[in-house]
Ligand binder design. Structure first.
Ligand SMILES: [Zn+2]
Ligand SMILES: [Zn+2]
Length: 336
């Protein structure tokens, strides 16, 4: 079968590999669509911490079951959404129903080879029937599930004033599910064109340009209260440190983005506000279900989010062009 491999940072190659056959507990899935995300760009650039090359990337996946499932819901020919988080099932986190932060979690396309190929083997419990979702839409569930998970963990209440810092795909997914949960959502980003696009196409009219005067602008908009709930989706250490100031007294700060660095904050400010700080990681089946339901109900502007596309075979040329182009993708989806 064909596959796209990243043999070392900065290079993608088309290769041939043996077609995998279903094995006990594993289901063979013919991959049909692959979403490209920031993680993939980091792997390609060589800025992802602890990554072993060569690697076949691809963790935002949809496909069609080829065979090997015990469940009649996953008969050959069934369209599926693939959950790429492979958990152990018996560690402390798994025992508490938190497989998204399994102590030995392996992510398809990151820690082990993923779905930039024609066929992949996946544990049966990681496959969710896509129903009437298109194969493209089914490949756009995973990144939004991360946002839905962050929103679920945040303890959001209807009417909360919410600030999402960082309007990449994860931030936008977080904003969409915070809005669906009844939050009054404002986005913050450094890119004026990105904020303009999101206002026009995704309905995020409230936006703040990140910069020197952001705090003054926040105080102006909130009467000095600041935000009940702040999500950081930048994964930028300075931005994460600055976001403590954006939180209202009694409010919550959620780190969605992750940075391979230490961050510091002022304990008196943290205490004065009795702030809650949470990290969120990945997503669980419940979050995938939340997103699939919202997409089926027409609550997510999927066409607007899917800014770029193409064929998997063309990725060795397309990926560097997208990274260095004037309009980086919000979400690129390639077909296999
Ligand atoms: Zn991703
Ligand atoms: Zn585990």
């Amino acid at each position: 079968m064909r596959a796209i491999v990243c043999p070392e940072p900065g290079r993608l190659e088309r290769i041939e590999r043996p077609m995998p056959e279903a094995a006990p507990g594993l289901v063979a899935v013919d991959v049909k669509a692959v979403g490209i995300c920031g993680t993939d760009f980091h792997i390609f650039e060589g800025t992802h911490p602890f990554l072993a090359y060569p690697r076949v990337m691809g963790h935002e996946l949809s496909g069609v079951v080829a065979g090997g499932a015990a469940s009649p819901d996953l008969a050959p020919g069934t369209k599926v959404v693939i959950n790429p988080y492979l958990s152990c099932g018996h560690c402390v986190a798994c025992r508490k129903g938190k497989p998204n932060c399994c102590a030995t979690l392996k992510v398809l396309g990151v820690h082990i080879d993923g779905g930039m190929c024609e066929r992949i083997l996946v544990p049966e419990e990681n496959l969710y029937p896509a129903g009437e979702l298109s194969l493209r839409d089914a490949a756009m569930i995973e990144f939004q599930a991360i946002g839905a998970h962050a929103v679920r963990r945040s303890g959001i209440a209807k009417g909360d004033r919410v600030l999402v810092v960082g309007a990449g795909p994860i931030g936008v997914g977080t904003g969409i599910f915070a809005r669906l949960a009844g939050g009054d959502v404002t986005l913050m980003d450094i890119s004026e064109p990105r904020l303009g696009f999101l206002a026009d196409r995704v309905g995020f009219q409230d936006a703040i340009r990140a910069g020197e005067d952001a705090l003054a602008e926040i105080d102006r908009r909130t009467g000095g209260d600041r935000y009940d709930l702040v999500f950081d989706a930048t994964g930028n250490a300075r931005a994460m440190e600055r976001s403590f100031a954006f939180v209202a007294s009694g409010g919550t700060l959620v780190f969605v983005g992750v940075r391979n660095a230490d961050i510091t904050f002022s304990d008196p400010e943290f205490h004065r506000k009795e702030m809650t700080l949470k990290a969120t990681r990945n997503a669980t089946r419940a979050d995938f279900d939340t997103v699939m339901s919202a997409v089926r109900a027409g609550h997510v502007p999927m066409d607007a989010l899917n800014t770029h596309g193409g064929a998997l075979d063309d990725l060795p040329e397309a990926m560097p062009a997208w990274m260095h182009g004037s309009e980086p993708p919000l979400k690129a989806v390639v077909t296999v």
